[in-house]
Design a protein around this ligand. Structure first.
Ligand SMILES: Nc1ncnc2c1ncn2[C@@H]1O[C@H](COP(=O)(O)OP(=O)(O)OP(=O)(O)O)[C@@H](O)[C@H]1O
Length: 741
């Protein structure tokens, strides 16, 4: 009986969904035609035609991208309202669509009219009688899940002859129990009321979203980005939206969510990729990372950027008429300080020769020289190769990696670090830079760590952009100091990131002028170091912000210092706080285990309620004699048990060993479910790899059906914040958790 009823409801929804898809096809054909028309106008050749073509192709391509993305579960919601409001059902989808009469067929989930779909509750039904979620596979409706919000209104509606049966077991539980794959999915159909409030918060100032593990902070923040783009497309698309997350693996995990919501005009960057033109994927060891992340590095770099370039000339001599002119250390030091006081170092390049000539002219005392005058003096000096070469060598254009490489010299470092860093801290820095051959190392490719990137950025701003030369001056370095031309490509942030072809990335300009975005969204914000806050802060001085995080998951050892850096970045911006309180990821059994750990080790944990029980408690195996055999048994069993992903979390020092084990286990290669193992998590795994090896830090923000933790006590001991890292690890599994020690 119940099945028949459900089948009938599915069939009736299918009829509506078919209508929507037909309309979508018509909209798609119209957009295609617009694109074709646009191209043929471009062939006319005149300039107006080209501009028009660009605009048309851009619009059409955008529409097409939106429509393609919409194909997955295009229609997902239906509201039946009290007769006094509207007898017709309202449908909610990923995009808005009108029928041929321009009447609304489908409401965009972000439109004000759709808000009630998320906000109505049984306590406050807001005229909603029944909320229905449609589950689909492509264009096929496979099920419906209803919620009755107002029983009295239902009785009244039925008395008037409307049929509103209630079927299904609740959309949320169905959604939460699904197997996890390698990407995060959108939650448009099941956004909960407290999440909806954060998503729809006004786009001014700072929206801070906090909550414990698995409360949907990341997924909510991504839906908020889509909401902002929908609501103020002009502002956010032209100004750009920057989304920053902890790692490349994490960015790949979340990258599908926004396109599936029809949005591609967004820059997704891991912390190692925030600065245009640089890409770091390697972490420094924790003790080094702690030094590089400290705000004290800003003072050290400020000093470094003011130093004379190591190896540059310290003296210039020339005879002119009756005078012997000498620019010695003292004189040069004065010129340097004077230039430095006028602004960024590279910006002074056009003034260098004039400043040197001023100092030199003051030494011209002889009558013959004075009579001939300053102009004659300047002309003669500027035609001397040795003078121009000196000027360029003394004040060369400097890029950030070059200045960073100066710090590899122990003497240089101790000079600029005096009173800022301890001897031990200086030693750690030297060790990291010398052993990894940083940028500028002779012959060695730059190997910057994720923690080096904020230092590079700090220096970019201290030095200013290296002037670009015009084409005909490429081979003439002198052009730089003789009134350099500052030619930059004119591109906005969104031009950079968004190409109509659907490719989300175009070459960056590398200029500090182009760093700014209209909205900055920081995920896992609890992990940002003070130097990272400064780096992202420069990208959002006039932006609105969304910041999500959970302090108990922090791996930064000095929370007060990070909080101060954050406060100074956001100073003067109004702050709106949102808190999420339900854990949607972990089974209740797994989260209880993790929460007990957090309490035991004294983490300041914000403990959400986990809503889904599986009846399976985590497995703790202690006193393991053969770690490889035990790991293999646990992983193989788990891969059989769950349909989705399995993560093996290991101490950083054991990662390559465990990778080698994994590669040698035939059981996994031949796994009946076709599981294949990704050999190394630092290499992007292909789509069907469902078993991966990760360090504790790698797991930030991710989730898996099953997690096997190898040697939790070693993960705990890896750094000063190892307990927080282990807490993160224990909160990654949706179904099964096993620990081996
Ligand atoms: N309303 C919802 N409907 C369905 N699934 C949801 C909902 N909210 C969250 N989820 C799911 O819960 C899981 C956790 O979400 P997410 O990763 O955003 O949480 P988080 O708070 O960022 O976690 P953490 O801080 O632990 O990294 C994801 O699988 C997400 O899709």
């Amino acid at each position: 009986m119940a099945d028949q009823l459900a089948d009938r409801e599915v069939a009736s929804e299918q009829a509506f969904v078919d209508r929507v898809y037909q309309q979508l096809e018509r909209a798609g054909a119209a957009a295609q035609q617009l694109a074709t028309e646009g191209h043929s106008r471009g062939r006319l050749g005149h300039e107006g035609g080209l501009v028009e073509r660009d605009a048309m192709v851009f619009q059409a391509a955008k529409r097409i991208a939106q429509l393609d993305a919409a194909h997955e579960g295009l229609v997902f919601g239906r509201l039946d309202l009290a007769a006094s409001v509207d007898e017709q059902p309202r449908y909610v989808g990923r995009i808005g669509l009108r029928d041929d009469n321009r009447d609304s067929l489908l409401i965009d989930w972000r439109a004000p009219a759709a808000a009630v779909f998320y906000q109505a509750t049984a306590a406050e039904p807001q005229d909603v009688i029944r909320r229905r979620v449609l589950r689909s596979s492509g264009p096929r409706v496979v099920g419906v899940e209803d919620e009755l919000l107002d029983a009295e209104a239902l009785a009244a509606a039925e008395a008037e002859g409307r049929e509103l049966p209630i079927v299904g077991e609740g959309a949320l539980m169905a959604q939460l129990s699904r197997a996890r794959d390698r990407s995060m999915h959108s939650i448009v159909a099941t956004i909960q009321a407290e999440q909806d409030k954060a998503i729809r918060a006004p786009g001014k100032g700072v929206v801070s979203i906090s909550g414990g593990p698995g409360t949907g902070k990341t997924v909510v923040a991504l839906h908020r980005a889509a909401y902002l783009l929908y609501n103020d497309r002009r502002r956010y698309e032209s100004g750009g939206v920057l989304i920053v997350g902890p790692s490349g693996v994490f960015m790949r995990y979340i990258e599908r969510v926004l396109p599936s919501l029809g949005e591609t005009a967004v820059a997704l960057r891991s912390l190692g990729e925030v600065v245009d033109g640089f890409r770091a994927t390697r972490h420094d060891e924790p003790a080094v990372a702690d030094v590089k992340g400290s705000e004290r590095m800003a003072e050290l770099l400020r000093r470094a950027a003011r130093q004379q370039a190591p190896g540059s000339p310290t003296e210039y001599r020339v005879f002119w008429r009756d005078d012997r002119i000498v620019l010695d250390r003292g004189a040069l030091g004065r010129v340097r300080r004077n230039l430095m006081s006028q602004g960024r170092r590279n910006k002074q390049l056009p003034r260098v020769s004039a400043a040197l000539l001023d100092a030199m002219w003051r030494q011209v005392r002889g009558e013959r020289g004075r009579e001939q005058g300053r102009e004659k003096f300047d002309d003669e000096m500027l035609s001397r190769d040795d003078f121009l070469e000196f000027a360029l060598a003394w004040w060369p254009p400097l890029d950030a990696p070059t200045v960073l490489s100066w710090l590899r010299e122990p003497d240089f470092l101790s000079r600029v670090a005096d009173g800022v860093l301890s001897t031990e801290e200086q030693r750690l820095l030297l060790k990291s830079w010398v052993s990894n051959g940083p940028a500028g190392s002779p012959g060695g490719a730059p190997d910057l760590s994720i923690e080096d990137i904020p230092l590079v950025d700090e220096l970019r701003y201290l030095l200013g952009d290296v002037p670009q030369k015009a084409d005909d001056e490429r081979d003439d370095p002198m052009a730089l100091i003789e009134g350099a031309v500052d030619i930059q490509e004119l591109m906005t942030a969104s031009d950079r990131e968004y190409a109509p072809s659907g490719r989300a990335w175009a070459p960056p300009t590398h200029s500090i002028e182009d760093d700014a975005y209209a909205h900055v969204l920081i995920d896992e914000a609890q992990d940002l170091t003070p130097m990272q806050w400064r780096m992202v802060g420069r990208r959002g001085r006039t932006a609105s912000w969304t910041i999500v995080g959970d302090l108990a998951q922090s791996s930064w050892p000095a929370p007060e210092e990070a909080a101060a850096a954050r406060a100074s970045v956001l100073e003067g911006k109004p702050n709106h706080e949102f808190h999420l309180s339900t854990n949607y990821r972990n089974s209740a059994e797994i989260y209880e285990f993790a929460a007990a750990y957090a309490e035991r080790v004294g983490l300041p944990a914000d403990l959400p309620d986990a809503v889904r029980r599986t009846g399976v408690a985590p497995t703790e195996i202690a006193g393991v004699a053969d770690l490889e055999a035990a790991t293999r048994d646990a992983v193989v069993a788990m891969a059989r048990e769950v349909a989705g992903t399995v993560g093996i979390v290991v101490p950083a020092a054991r990662r390559s060993d465990v990778n080698a084990w994994l590669a040698s286990w035939p059981e996994l290669a031949e796994d009946a479910r076709g599981a294949r193992a990704a050999i190394d998590s630092s290499v992007p795994p292909s789509g069907d790899d469902r078993v991966v090896v990760l360090t504790g830090l790698d797991t930030k923000g991710l989730e898996f059906d099953g997690i096997v933790v190898v040697s939790p006590e070693e993960i705990e001991a890896e750094s000063a914040t190892g307990r927080a890292t282990l807490y993160v690890v224990l909160t990654r599994a949706t179904q099964l958790l096993t620990t081996l020690s």
